[in-house]
Design a protein around this ligand. Structure first.
Ligand code: ZN
Length: 299
């Protein structure tokens, strides 16, 4: 539909094949009348005589990440293909790591949506449009003002009351040995970095453990590890520092999420800026900002 004149131009479609590949197709209303009348969403068709074009580079809000798209022509033929019995999914998604979403949102060549699913443990996400919880989610979106129901799974402790306790380094050191883990805050200055050679590590995406190098391969070999081998493992920040306040000094390790939040870059981003592999290992200049910085931190 033309936004200004309200003139009907044609139909945009996403076609999915049996190997779950997707491509965008456009049928112009001028010469695809029969198609517009007879083609039904969700049905399987055999289609022939269409044009394949490369994206020119500036088309915005593409629904799929494919280098080409299809255009139906006056010669395009299609036939319903019920008898083929191919197993073709009704829905397909590109999934991305949550950290990448901000960047993806800036790239307006592609459409992006963010699903906020919060009632399930983070490791379990259901991509199943027929699942009852998706149904419930859809309904709750339609009925406004419904407060999302928070479900505590059995065996999971309720989140502890967050009390912002600001402690001095000396007090942290004097905490009783049986002090239950909890969030405590301290205000310290980063005095120096510990072991600048290991400012990042390679992570097993299966069990979150650090990977070891064995026979020039990255393997998940730590206690309780899954043994998987990764040719291109994920990399995470882990920056060790010594921090002080007027009462003493303490070692604080900055985890990946905090470093990424502060510099708005991932390890891979920094590595992409490197000239070669030797440079990748060097302590990145950008992390020096931490030095002599006063931080408000939960150790
Ligand atoms: Zn593992």
């Amino acid at each position: 539909m033309n936004r200004e004149s309200q003139e009907f131009w044609g139909v945009n479609m996403i076609l999915i094949d049996d190997s779950n590949s997707r491509i965008h197709a456009f049928a112009n209303s001028k010469y695809c009348d029969d198609l517009l009348k007879d083609m039904k969403e969700g049905q399987i068709y055999e289609i022939c005589n269409f044009k394949v074009k490369d994206y020119l580079g500036d088309e915005k809000f593409r629904a799929v990440r494919n280098k080409k798209h299809l255009f139906f022509t006056p010669h395009t033929k299609f036939q319903q293909a019920d008898t083929i019995r191919l197993n073709i999914e009704k829905y397909a998604f590109d999934l991305f790591h949550y950290d990448e979403i901000d960047k993806l949102e800036d790239d307006n060549r592609f459409l992006i949506g963010v699903a906020h699913l919060s009632n399930y443990p983070a490791t379990r996400v259901f991509i199943n449009p027929e699942h009852y919880s998706v149904d419930r989610l859809k309904k709750s979106l339609e009925e406004e003002k419904i407060v999302p129901e928070v479900v505590f799974m059995p065996n999971q402790p309720k989140p502890a009351e967050v009390t912002k306790k600001l402690l001095k380094v000396k007090e942290i050191k004097n905490l009783p040995k049986d002090f239950e883990e909890g969030i405590i805050y301290c205000e310290v200055t980063v005095k120096r970095f510990m072991d600048k050679s290991s400012w990042y590590f390679r992570k097993c995406t299966g069990c979150d453990l650090e990977l070891e190098v064995q026979d020039a391969k990255f393997k998940c070999l730590r206690d309780g590890g899954c043994g998987r081998i990764y040719p291109y493992p994920e990399k995470r920040f882990r920056v060790g520092t010594l921090c002080s306040d007027e009462t003493g000094s303490i070692a604080i390790i900055f985890p990946d999420n905090e470093i990424t939040r502060m510099i708005d870059k991932t390890v891979i981003d920094l590595h992409a800026e490197c000239a070669d592999e030797a440079e990748e290992e060097k302590f990145p200049e950008i992390l020096n900002f931490l030095f002599q910085t006063e931080i408000y931190h939960k150790p």
